[in-house]
Design a protein around this ligand. Structure first.
Ligand code: SF4
Ligand code: SF4
Length: 222
């Protein structure tokens, strides 16, 4: 989800890379679960999240969409997000102790928090950096931690390449959608949903499977 705010307003003004130290460590959160409440539709999932969640829970992604996830239109594209419980306004994966019940395979946005991603494209080079959101997490006296350790994702360099690819793919689709007929746009959305989320993934080699699917999608959107 793109946000039209200036980086100065919401961050400490710095951009970070995976080997930088950042003051983001909340020390185990100490009973706080603020960022697992009231998130609306903002915790959007990507295909890696779909693979990690359905593999971790042993449940097809389509079944998760009937329970703890939902679909929303984000910048013109239908994407899944974590669903907040209508009564408690808490994420459906938050347990009674106020802890994440899927910590080992929680989505990328949850792994980052309170970091965010800042995408940029210069001289044809597409990439993103991390930034520290200063108004989102109330825990005082956060300590410094290496970004790589905080994000807690295997082979982070490869993951970052994938995240960038996915972001700019969605960006390209978003730009094409206004020029499409209604039915064409609906079919485009269905293709993305089925190809990257509903079609089940094998447990091994997510990135290889993603690349194959991306080639199909890129041909379809040529
Ligand atoms: S708001 Fe900060 S301290 Fe509270 S659960 Fe989220 S990351 Fe932890
Ligand atoms: S998946 Fe876990 S960390 Fe993320 S919002 Fe839900 S309970 Fe919180």
């Amino acid at each position: 989800m793109k946000r039209n705010v200036s980086l100065e307003e919401i961050s400490d003004g710095r951009l970070y890379s995976r080997n930088d130290m950042v003051r983001a460590d909340c020390g185990g959160c100490k009973g706080c679960s603020d960022c697992c409440h009231g998130m609306g539709e903002s915790v959007i999932l990507d295909p890696y999240d779909a693979w990690r969640l359905s593999g971790g829970l042993g449940v097809p992604f389509a079944a998760l969409l009937e329970q703890k996830l939902e679909l929303h239109v984000v910048d013109g594209i239908i994407l899944p997000n974590l669903k907040m419980d209508p009564k408690t306004d808490a994420c459906g994966f938050l347990n009674e102790e106020g802890r994440c019940s899927i910590h080992g395979f929680r989505p990328g946005v949850c792994r980052l928090f309170p970091l965010g991603r800042y995408y940029s494209e210069e001289a044809g080079k597409k990439e993103f950096h991390y930034f520290l959101q200063i108004h989102e997490c109330p825990m005082p006296n956060k300590t410094k931690v290496k970004v790589n350790r905080w994000v807690d994702t295997p082979d982070l360099a490869r993951y970052e390449t994938y995240v960038t690819r996915w972001h700019y793919f969605l960006d390209a689709v978003e730009k094409k959608l206004p020029g499409m007929e209604e039915e064409q746009a609906r079919n485009a959305n269905l293709l993305i949903l089925k190809l990257f989320f509903l079609k089940e993934y094998e447990p091994e080699d997510f990135y290889g499977q993603f690349e194959t699917r991306m080639q199909i999608a890129e041909e379809a959107f040529e």
